[in-house]
Design a protein. Structure first.
Lengths: 587, 341
């Protein structure tokens, strides 16, 4: 058995998928170069206004309620990819016949999904989840299913339940009979084939053949004499007896969504609204393939209008360094609603954070405007996640910290698929932070304290006193410390005397006696001063002499009395720079 | 005197009822106490309506409220401290205070080491960006399980500590453009110009950053130990933290397996903390150093490079514990430097 998914009015369906709020409104799609734009597709509501394909855009604009949208190949390809994902979630054998037509092999799926009726309804529901209203027909051969699915589109004004049709074996001719002969012609053929099909339909019309039942009833020999093999082929299709082998496709795992904007977006709030829609679509597609994502790439095409760019370099617009922006906002980010995307006035921030990359491409053509036209952000996640809300919040926080710098005219979002993580934790393991919550929390804290100032520590293989670097903090539920120490031994050891570092080290005035410090005073920190009661050292350290940033120093451990209190400090004499510094306190 | 006990830590939105069955204390006459209860009950009835009002059905009498279970105590990493206070209580706020060099950071690292050995995730919200990763490693902390939030006024782009060879201490001033140093007189040095190095202004003070980061981490959940390191914040600044903030923190961790540990110079959380530990340099060590015994004793007159800083003796005193009513006690313990062996 085979099922066919057919999306009628595909251009309109692709636009409605990107803009679901237009579902109840009349929508018309136009194509062509101005001023010769023509309407190429309309929805049912538009037909009621008397607008049909072939009219000019100027004529259609007379209807005030009509939503006119340009034909978008990007949205159509995204809708087609979504349709493929939906089909692949049911059957591995899917033939991609046209952007709006897919045929699935359903053999052996009854044990997984139930009866053919259940499968057909499940396919219909899946397409609906992906934002597409499709016709689903099931038949014993692919072409009968295809004709039935196309035929459902011809019957207008039917309820959704009638958009699903299951043809029992042997009933093909009976169920296909009432369909008009126009369903035999593929809308996607071009050139000579289209003309040939049109002439064939005209011939059949002249014979008085209006539906497939009449075509099926014609004598084969007489039909062959008049229309040749093509006529016989059409008759087999009309009877539902033509069988062929399905040509399956293996769609690449590419999850991309894009949207082109008529009017450039200036504020972050409407951008977040559109991003949310794209993210939900991508997440639905990933979910249909039982996948998650670990990497999101956002590419924004920026408007390079010179006048617009100048407008955003207005010094009145608050910049990221403006202190007032960060006050009073509970999320540690500048005010969302008033945050201008071009707040930096072209001063873009190229991050050193390896998890987030920024790429700017300059406009090649107009030299007078040096503003880049593409802005890319990459959001890397430590674990595969499939939550559109989390993605949206992370992108919002990221764009708040790194605004693109110009109005946006096109949004492109892609996700790198990854296997979803296993959520099974150990029964006796201590709880760990939820990865989604933790990512959001870390992004928010990074907005408060700055990136690179929150994370885990990684010690470097060096003797440098500050030989460490920050890296991403990852909390895995099931991770255990590889070498479990014997309980009790570690606890029984004495605690280690810790050093509290002063960052940067405190410059100090040191009184020396016989080359040894006897009094210490820090101009910047009044607490750190006093007579040296006891000292140990000097301990000489040096390193990286082969580098430009070589270091060499003497370290002293001091007990300093300041009034009634005694404190222990590490004093450092920089042998290259010649200064004295208090590096930290033993605490 | 009222006979009902009002707990400030009761769940919000759960009303109390001063019922007649409450026990009286020893200092109040039973008859007089009964009259008090009746008077209070009449007052409450007058404000909320008669006892037949159906709204009363949803109100639980205070005497029937469940007794709060004792919090689970976990080892602090220092056996002497565990003997003193029984460990660190989960779901509670613990304050450790003391002056500089009183061992607060050593106790903090010991607690972190103990928590990560239990495979728990920990977070340090460092108000002054003062954590030394090498000390943390020497204390046996699994650094993969430690989230370090480095608050402070310096911008991350200006902060040289994350990359090697850019610290003003290590870079050659002649190359880096830092002020050069001159010798004033017999070993006293100062830097030329007398101007402080310019640092970037941050949008928030470190204290505000700490509080907001703490709020977010407590809301996120899943951490076994969260430490607020306010040890370098002057007490006059730390005391500006509203008491409501501490109440909020305590409510956020209540009934959760998280330990909230605050390191500070003076106690600032008031009654919100379940444990308050005061640390200080051990009196004998302090006395030895103050008397300058090392230099006066001719037998011990040794050059400074013959000395080695090996240990720090700490006095710990349990100032307050809401968990049990033991009297204030103190102990002494020692922390050893990483090179002491």
């Amino acid at each position: 058995m085979f099922a066919c998914i057919y999306v009628p009015n595909f251009s309109v369906a692709a636009v409605l998928r990107a803009e679901p709020e237009l579902q109840a409104r009349p929508v018309a799609i136009f194509e062509g170069k101005p001023p010769l734009e023509q309407i190429v597709a309309v929805n049912e509501q538009t037909r009621e206004y008397g607008i049909s394909p072939g009219m000019t855009k100027a004529q259609a604009e007379l209807c005030p309620d009509l939503a006119l949208r340009p034909r978008s190949p990007l949205q159509e390809s995204a809708a087609h990819a979504a349709l493929l994902d939906g089909a692949q979630s049911f059957s591995p054998v899917v033939e991609d016949m046209a952007p709006d037509t897919l045929v699935l092999d359903l053999v052996g799926l009854e044990s997984l999904f139930g009866s053919l009726t259940k499968i057909s309804h499940a396919i219909f529901d899946r397409a609906k989840e992906l934002g597409l209203k499709a016709n689903v027909a099931t038949a014993v051969n692919p072409d009968a299913a295809l004709l039935a699915a196309r035929g459902l589109a011809v019957v207008r004004g039917e309820a959704e339940s009638r958009k699903v049709l299951v043809i029992p074996p042997g009933k093909e001719a009976e169920r296909l009979g009432p369909l008009p002969i126009e369903v035999l012609v593929d809308d996607h053929v071009e050139g000579d084939q289209k003309e040939e099909s049109a002439s064939l339909l005209e011939t059949l019309n002249q014979w008085g053949i209006r539906n497939l039942r009449a075509l099926a009833a014609l004598p084969e020999v007489a039909l062959s004499e008049r229309l040749g093999q093509q006529g016989l082929h059409l008759q087999k299709l009309a009877r539902g007896t033509y069988t062929r082998t399905l040509v399956p496709v293996e769609p690449p795992l590419i999850f991309e969504e894009a949207i082109e904007l008529e009017q450039p977006i200036v504020l972050l709030e409407p951008l977040a609204f559109l991003l949310n829609r794209l993210l939900e679509q991508i997440c639905a597609r990933l979910a249909s393939r039982a996948l998650a994502t670990q990497e999101l790439r956002l590419t924004l095409e920026l408007s390079h209008l010179t006048g617009v760019g100048d407008e955003f370099e207005n010094p009145g617009i608050p910049s990221e360094s403006d202190e007032s922006l960060n006050t009073g906002n509970p999320e540690g980010t500048p005010s969302l609603s008033r945050r201008i995307l071009a707040g930096q006035g072209g001063d873009f921030d190229f991050l050193s954070n390896p998890n987030i990359e920024t790429t700017m491409r300059e406009n090649e053509a107009p030299q007078r405007s040096r503003r880049p036209t593409q802005f890319s952000r990459k959001l890397s996640l430590p674990l595969p996640i499939l939550d559109a809300k989390v993605f949206l919040k992370l992108l919002q926080l990221d764009l708040n910290a790194h605004p693109p710098g110009a109005p946006i005219v096109k949004i492109h979002l892609s996700a790198e698929p990854a296997r979803p993580r296993s959520a099974q934790g150990g029964l006796f393991l201590p709880p760990a932070p939820e990865p989604e919550k933790l990512e959001l929390t870390l992004a928010r804290i990074a907005g408060i304290v700055g990136e690179q100032r929150v994370g885990a520590v990684e010690l470097l293989d060096t003797h440098h006193p500050e030989g460490f670097r920050m890296r991403r903090f990852v909390a895995e539920v099931a991770r255990k410390t590889p070498q479990k120490k014997t309980p009790g031994t570690a606890e029984a050891q004495a605690a280690v005397t810790a050093l509290r570092r002063f960052r940067p080290p405190l410059r100090a005035n040191v009184t020396l006696q016989n080359g040894r410090p006897v009094r210490l005073m820090c101009p910047t920190k009044k607490d750190v001063q006093g007579d040296v009661l006891w000292k140990a050292g000097p301990w000489r350290f040096s390193g990286d002499w082969w580098e430009r940033d070589a270091w060499s120093r003497d370290e002293w451990d001091l007990a300093v009395r300041n009034g009634e209190t005694i404190a222990f400090y590490r004093l450092v004499h920089d042998l290259l720079g010649g200064g004295w510094f208090v590096e930290g306190a033993y605490d | 005197m009222s006979t009902a006990v009002v707990s400030t830590s009761a769940a919000p939105g759960r009303p109390f009822l001063f019922d007649n069955e409450s026990e009286t204390d020893g200092h109040c006459h039973p008859e007089r106490s009964g009259k008090c209860v009746k008077r209070i009950s009449r007052g409450v009835e007058g404000s909320l309506g008669p006892l037949t009002d159906p709204r009363w059905a949803s109100i639980t009498p205070a005497s029937r409220l469940e007794i709060r279970p004792a919090p689970e105590m976990v080892p602090s990493g220092i056996p002497a401290l565990d003997a003193l206070m029984g460990g660190l209580p989960r779901g509670c706020l613990t304050e450790i205070c003391g002056p500089a060099s009183s061992g607060r950071t050593s106790v903090m690292l010991a607690a972190l080491g103990s928590a990560t050995r239990r495979d728990e995730y920990c977070a340090v919200i460092d108000a002054s960006n003062s954590l030394d990763p090498h000390s943390a490693d020497a204390a046996g902390i699994d650094l993969d399980r430690l989230l370090w939030v480095r608050c402070g006024e310096n911008s991350p782009r200006r902060d040289p500590s994350t990359s090697l060879g850019r610290t003003p201490l290590l870079a050659n001033p002649a190359r880096s453009g830092a002020p050069s140093f001159i010798c004033l007189s017999q070993g006293t040095v100062d830097f030329e110009g007398g101007k402080k190095p310019k640092t970037l202004r941050s949008s928030e003070s470190p204290l505000e950053q700490v509080l907001r980061a703490t709020d977010l981490l407590l809301e996120s959940g899943g951490f076994g130990l969260i430490i607020l390191d306010l040890a370098d914040i002057p007490p006059q600044s730390a005391r500006r933290i509203p008491l409501t903030t501490w109440f909020r923190f305590r409510r956020a961790i209540e009934h959760k397996p998280t330990i909230l540990l605050a390191i500070e110079q003076l106690p600032i959380a008031g009654s919100c903390s379940s444990l308050l530990l005061q640390l200080g340099v051990h009196s004998s060590q302090s006395a030895v150093l103050s008397s300058n015994q090392f230099f006066k004793d001719p037998q011990d007159w040794r050059p400074s490079h013959a000395h080695l800083f090996t240990e720090l003796k700490i006095d710990a005193e349990l100032i307050r514990s809401r968990l049990d009513r033991k009297p204030a006690r103190s102990i002494t313990f020692a922390t050893k430097t990483a090179w002491a062996g």
